[in-house]
Structure formats: C-alpha cells, structure tokens
Write a protein that binds this ligand. Structure first.
Ligand code: AMP
Ligand code: ZN
Length: 139
C-alpha cells in the first residue's frame, strides 16, 4: 500500500516533514512547496495510489468532503474569496508526482488568473458524436 520510492508516501506518513494542516487515519494535508497562491494545499492519501483511476473506494468516498473542509477553513482563515480544486491524472495532464493528490488553491479578489482556458468551439454534431463515443465506455 506504500511505495518506498515515493516522496508523497514518505510525506503522508511523516517520514519527511511538511507543513501539515490536517492529519487523519487516511490522509495528510500539507502546504505545497511551490504554491500557486498563498495557502495552496495538497491532500495526500497515506496509502499509495498513482492517480484517480487507482484510488480505492474508501479514499475516493472521503476526499471531496475533506477538500470542502479545507476550502471552508481557507476562506475563514486566509480571507480568500474562493478556491480551485485541481487534480492532475497522467503526465499529459500535468501530473509530476505519481501519488494521487488533490490541490486546493485559494483564490483572492484581484489575484492572478489561473486554472482557466480559452473556450474552443464544437458543432452540435461533434458534441453528439463525442458524447456517444465516451458513453460507450461508461459503465
Ligand atoms: P502535480 O503537478 O499535480 O503532480 O503536482 C505536484 C505538486 O507537488 C506541485 O505543485 C509541487 O509544487 C508539489 N510538491 C512537490 N514536491 C513537494 C514537497 N516535497 N512538498 C510539498 N509540495 C511538493
Ligand atoms: Zn506514494
């Protein structure tokens, strides 16, 4: 359940120190060393999962509620106006540490724009084709 070569396994289980906001049976929540904004946090399961597709039911059923608690605490303590949840899966999606983690990124009024994209375009026909294509694999 742990990977001895994984830095987030070591941090989550207290072998490497990190600024910890929360520790429970399943998770540790730490501050990111390269924060996107003041208070940027990472939710780390204590067991090793590569990404979202690898998570067990126990962790996946708890992680969103924990993210909500962290976000609410950030709004009260830091005075941020909102927060983003970001969770990268795979190198192509920007994942650099291959131990599942969820970013909780406080957002401030007049803060820099981030976690955004230029909206593209897609015809109604393309949308229908895409929906059918993905639907086939959704069980
Ligand atoms: P990702 O690109 O989604 O895999 O995010 C990895 C994140 O982990 C980045 O935001 C890094 O700044 C952060 N990070 C990497 N090593 C550490 C560390 N030792 N302690 C805290 N945050 C870290
Ligand atoms: Zn790990």
């Amino acid at each position: 359940m742990r990977d001895e070569n994984c830095i987030f396994c070591k941090i989550a289980n207290g072998e490497i120190p990190a600024a910890t906001l929360y520790e429970g049976e399943e998770f540790r929540v730490i501050l990111d060393l390269g924060p996107a904004s003041r208070g940027h946090a990472l939710i780390l399961p204590k067991n090793h999962f590569v990404d979202l597709l690898d998570l067990d039911d126990r962790v996946s059923s708890q992680v969103l509620a924990l993210a909500a608690k962290v976000g609410a605490a950030m709004k009260k303590s830091l005075g941020c106006a909102g927060f983003n949840l970001v969770q990268n899966n795979g190198e192509a999606a920007g994942q650099t540490v291959f131990h599942f983690h969820m970013h909780v990124i406080p957002r401030y009024e007049d803060g820099p724009s981030m976690v955004s994209w230029e909206p593209g375009t897609c015809s109604g026909e393309e949308l229908s084709e895409l929906a059918e294509c993905i639907k086939k694999e959704l069980k």
